[in-house]
Design a binder for this molecule. Structure first.
Ligand code: ADP
Length: 259
């Protein structure tokens, strides 16, 4: 019981005997702590853009004759911060939907080749020609929730683009394997050092906060990926070398394959 937190009740019983009732509250305390952390992080993330927007609104109300160019630059910054809050709230809603037990995984046929071609196009638009992105398609179709799988793969590809400097390479590979089909998203980007890898799928965990914000990250992308994959009995493997690049592999079970 060394690492456990127990609540012990001693209840008097007949003939001067006593009953000992113990409750192991380790798990519920851990969940409570995670919930508290999540609320603290989410509030902090929302407070920053709100402070910026309120600051500019205050300036606008105190200085109604502000120069047009300054006013329009303030408006642009406010729109950016509004969009940041919107992304955050959308990711938080997605996470909470994924976590709710009643929300069953849909079981539809996913045309993986069509989906990955679409994700490639979106990736190319985001990269705006700054990276060389390639796609290899060989694997089968899957059954599952197409919205969820698309958002998980999109998150991996978006991250690969965000954390890879200009002229870097990004490879997306969809292939069959003895253990089931596998999706690989490999980049030649900044990489991640070993001590961070096991924590990357925690909500709001970022290796470099300012870089993540610069690249419009919410810090929730990989937490969403983790939940989607859990719901589809798939596993995420991350290999990375700082300064060389990262490889995110998703191993799907054979049972997810569909003709
Ligand atoms: P974010 O919105 O900050 O990108 P994620 O949950 O998607 O949040 O990722 C968590 C953190 O993992 C990122 O902040 C970044 O530090 C790191 N990360 C994710 N993908 C990559 C990658 N391909 N290369 C380097 N670092 C990455």
């Amino acid at each position: 019981f060394r690492d456990r937190k127990l609540i012990v009740h001693i209840i008097p019983f007949e003939n001067r005997r006593q009953i000992l009732v113990t409750h192991d509250v380790t798990e519920s305390e851990r969940i409570d702590m995670m919930r508290r952390d999540f609320i603290a992080n989410a509030s902090h993330e929302l407070r920053t853009p709100l402070t910026v927007i309120n600051g500019f609104l205050e300036i606008a109300s105190l200085q109604p004759d502000l120069e047009v160019s300054i006013r329009s630059s303030h408006l642009k910054l406010m729109v950016e911060q509004g969009e940041r809050m919107q992304r955050l709230v959308e990711d938080m809603l997605t996470l909470s939907r994924l976590e709710s037990a009643e929300f069953q995984v849909r079981c539809e046929k996913i045309d993986m080749h069509a989906m990955l071609r679409h994700i490639l196009q979106e990736g190319q638009a985001l990269s705006a020609g700054k990276h060389q992105i390639t796609l290899e398609l060989e694997g089968p179709n899957l059954q599952g929730s197409s919205d969820e799988i698309r958002s998980a793969i999109s998150n991996l590809v978006t991250n690969a683009i965000r954390y890879t400097p200009e002229h870097g390479e990004i490879k997306i590979v969809w292939k069959s394997g003895a253990q089931g089909p596998k999706l690989v998203v490999q980049d030649s980007g900044i990489g991640i050092s070993a001590e961070h890898i096991s924590r990357l799928t925690e909500r709001f965990y970022r290796v470099d906060k300012s870089r993540s914000r610069e690249t419009q990250g919410t810090g929730l992308g990989l937490a969403i990926v983790k939940h989607v994959l859990l719901r589809h009995n798939a596993q995420l493997l991350i290999e990375s070398t700082p300064g060389v690049g990262s490889k995110f592999c998703v191993q799907f079970p054979v049972s997810r394959i569909v003709e």
